[in-house]
Structures are given as C-alpha cells and as structure tokens.
Design a protein around this ligand. Structure first.
Ligand code: NDP
Length: 419
C-alpha cells in the first residue's frame, strides 16, 4: 500500500512502529525519525528480521518545520505519524501542508516555553474567552482546517487512547446505543505497580504538567474549573478493584463538547496513588516542575527537564510493571424516550503487553490506536480533506481494529455511575 514516516522513537512510537511492522501489507515502508538516530537504529535492528516492511531511519529535529519538510521531500511518505511531543505538532503540520501529506497525532499542541510573551498573550485571551486555564487546547490545530481542506490532505488529531479510543467509544455509543448522550464520564485507571516510589508512565514532562494543572469539566455549555485534584471519587474497576480517582482537565473534553450534540456534562477522572501525589506536590513546591529556564552554575537549565533526567525512563518500566489498566467511558442518555447508561471500556495487562512488544500498558494503549488511526487514513477508510478529531469519523472500523490489534473492549449495561 504505502510508506509511513513516524516522528518519535519513544515509548508510544516503539509500540506503534512494531504494530505497523505487523501490518506490512498497509505499511510497506516505515521510516523512523527522531533527533537521536541511534534509538531509531536500535528499533530498526530489533524489527527488521520480523517483518516484510522495509524499515529506514533518519535524523530530524521536528521543532524546525523546515527540517521536517526536507525530510518529507526526501522520504516521500504517504502519511506522517507524529509521536514526538505535543510541542512539535505545529511544525510537523506545517511541513505536511508544505508537502501535501496526511498527518496523524496523539496529543494536542502545547507550547514548550509557557513564559514566552507572544504565546502567553494568546493563551491569556483564550483563558478569558473559554474559561479554562490548561496550557493546551485544540484552537492551534483546528486553525489548520481550511488549509488542509484546500491542500486535499487529512489531519487526524488525538488518535491515542485518551484522547483517541475514548472519543471513538463516544461516537460508537452515539451511533449504536443512544438517540442523545447527556453525560460522559471518562475513567482512566492504571492499576499497575512498577515498584518505584515515584515514576511516570509516559513522558514525565507532559505527564506532570497535566496532573499539576487545574482540573475542569464541561457543563451546560461552559467550562467549570477546579483546583488541582479538588474533586476525588472512588470507583471499583473491573479486574483492578477499588481506586481513588481525581478530576482532571483533559483534551478530549474540548472536542467531544463540540462533536457530541446535546451533551450536558463531560468529566475526566484519572486514578492516582497517594505516593505519586505526595511526591508530585513536593516537587511542585520546590520548583522542580518549572518549565522556564533557571541559571545553575553558570548555565541555563529547565527544572522539569532536569527532573526528567533523574526519573526512571518510562520505557524501562515495562519489565517491572504488573497489574492492569482499565480505561473507558460511562455514558448516560436517552434511547427511544427512555434514560439509559452504558460503560464501554478496555482492560489491558501490563505484563501481557511487555511479552508482546517489550513495553508497559500505557505505551501499548496509546501506540496501538496510533497505528490504527494511521492505517485507516492510509487505507482511505478515514480519509477526508481537513482537520478532524477521531470522533468525527465512523467509529465501527476503528472499534473492529481495536479487537483485532490487541485492545478488546466490553460494553456493560447499567453500570455503577460516578456521583
Ligand atoms: P517519549 O518521551 O517516550 O518519546 C518522545 C519521542 O519524541 C522521543 O523518541 C524523542 O526522541 C522524540 N522527540 C522529542 N523531541 C523531538 C524533536 N524536537 N524532534 C524529533 N523528535 C523528537 O514520549 P511518549 O512516547 O511517552 O509519548 C509520545 C506522545 O504520545 C506524546 O505526545 C504524548 O503526549 C502522547 N501520549 C498520548 C496519549 C494518549 O492516550 N492520547 C497517552 C500517552 C502519551 P529524540 O529525543 O531522539 O528526539
């Protein structure tokens, strides 16, 4: 079928690329690119003997749109799968536009330096207008819609698990179970234990910024903000057990509020253990989560990047993590005039993932849907000029692919609701 260029070679990319390599009829050629060529080469070496796909590697700094453009011109891919960090989204989208190539990612744009006055002015205006203070939002990427339409290329945003699968679950629930969905609670439970007092399951910088920010939810047409970790609930998760979970702001709330007609409230909860929260609060209090440069012994360092260097590499957690994740959505709405609720979720086992691809379940649950999104666009199933969130396409082929590629899901009728 064609050629994919994957930018990024970290935990999520490692899984997505292995899954692409297993679909060599779609991904005949896979080019892996990041700033560190040796990491890309190591993955190429691991996979080469296991797949018919041709694997190549390149070096690129995706902060620079011109470098990505030059790489796309050289590699000539049909699609770019962006599995670098949210900081690179716009540069990679610019390069895709310049070259007329489809684009898929798993996380919405976030500025790396939140002290940059130019970015800050746009951000503060948005906080006032929209009513939420998260550093990331979709406006930056939705602004490419018309240009992607004109160029005849597809931009698929947020094809991970959350956002991604949770958004596809929402489209699927609406298509098959409801006339109108009124309430969505997205529950992200990680029941895994890696044995460290403190470590993050994916990129520490992105993870810690997300968790230390204000929470928020969508209700009756507007955002309601909360203090970080202000709203706590306890839920008994299938195959994991009872866990504390906290309300967070999360990016799919923004797109689902727009794309699920008639929705009255959308909340997102994530489970955290007390040790994680205590460490995080302490690191925040001493300034270790700062993203702006500070002077240290005559040179600039960014505290959160220094912290990242000290923490265990998320990719190294694979062999030590035991337990399961349970991520899904509880929907309440009406069908044929009657109120009803359903819960759609996936349970994923950390050790099973490790056996299959050498990663823990967090990278797995993101990497598999990234591959599926790219596959559907490459095969023309989800191809449409413009920029879209995953819930804007027919969910059925994605739901089938989840069952086929390792993330089977269940539908539970009349689940226990979150108060
Ligand atoms: P990692 O930190 O493990 O990997 C990031 C990769 O990006 C590295 O390979 C790095 O390689 C590369 N990279 C970073 N900066 C650049 C750059 N300037 N140019 C080129 N490559 C770059 O992160 P994860 O794999 O954990 O996460 C990947 C993405 O997935 C993130 O955007 C994250 O937010 C998202 N995510 C989405 C989830 C979802 O459910 N939707 C859940 C979890 C993560 P190098 O240093 O060699 O350049």
């Amino acid at each position: 079928m064609g050629k994919i260029l994957v930018i990024g070679c970290g935990g999520v990319a490692g899984v997505a690329i292995q899954k692409c390599a297993k679909c060599a009829e779609t991904f005949e050629e896979i080019c892996i690119a990041s700033r560190t060529l040796s990491k890309c080469e190591a993955l190429k070496e691991k996979l080469e003997k296991t797949t018919k796909a041709v694997i190549t590697v390149e070096q690129v700094d995706a902060d620079k749109a011109q470098e990505v453009t030059a790489l796309i011109k050289k590699v000539q891919p049909d699609l770019v799968l962006n599995l670098a960090l949210p900081y690179q989204d716009l540069a990679i989208m610019d390069a895709c536009l310049a070259c007329g190539v489809d684009y898929v990612d798993t996380a919405n744009y976030e500025a790396e330096d939140t002290e940059d006055p130019k970015w800050r002015a746009v951000y503060e205006k948005r906080c006032k207008e929209e009513g939420f203070t998260a550093y990331f939002d979709y406006s930056w990427q939705w602004a490419y819609k018309e240009r992607f339409e004109k160029a005849g290329i597809t931009g698929l945003l947020g094809s991970g698990f959350d956002p991604g699968v949770t958004s596809v679950f929402s489209a699927y629930a609406l298509k098959h179970y409801f006339d109108e969905i009124h309430y969505i609670d997205i529950l992200d439970c990680n029941g895994g234990d890696h044995g460290y007092p403190f470590a993050t399951n994916f990129n520490p910088e992105i993870n810690l910024r997300e968790v230390s920010a204000n929470g928020s939810y969508w209700e009756n047409g507007h955002w309601v903000e909360t203090k970080p970790m202000e709203i706590k609930r306890v839920y008994n998760f299938d195959q994991v057990g009872e866990k504390d979970m906290y309300l967070l702001h999360h990016e799919e709330i923004e797109s689902l509020a727009k794309n699920i007609p008639g929705v009255k409230r959308i909340r997102f909860f994530m489970t955290f253990g007390q040790s994680y929260l205590t460490h995080m609060k302490c690191l925040e209090n001493v300034g270790m989560l700062r993203t702006d440069p500070v002077m240290f012994e005559g040179r600039e360092i960014v505290p959160i990047q220094f912290l990242k260097a000290l923490l265990p590499d998320p990719a190294s957690l694979g062999p030590r993590t035991v337990g399961k994740t349970n991520i899904g959505c509880i929907f309440t709405g009406v069908k044929d005039g009657k109120e009803k609720s359903i819960y759609i979720y996936n349970v994923c086992d950390h050790q099973e993932c490790y056996k299959e691809v050498g990663s823990q379940a967090i990278s797995y649950t993101t990497g598999v849907p990234a591959m599926i999104g790219a596959k559907l666009v490459m095969e023309g199933v989800w191809k449409k000029p413009g920029v879209f969130n995953v819930e804007e396409f027919d969910p059925d082929p994605f739901m089938e692919a989840l069952n086929e590629y390792g993330l089977p899901w269940k539908v539970e009728e009349n689940p226990v609701l979150v108060e």
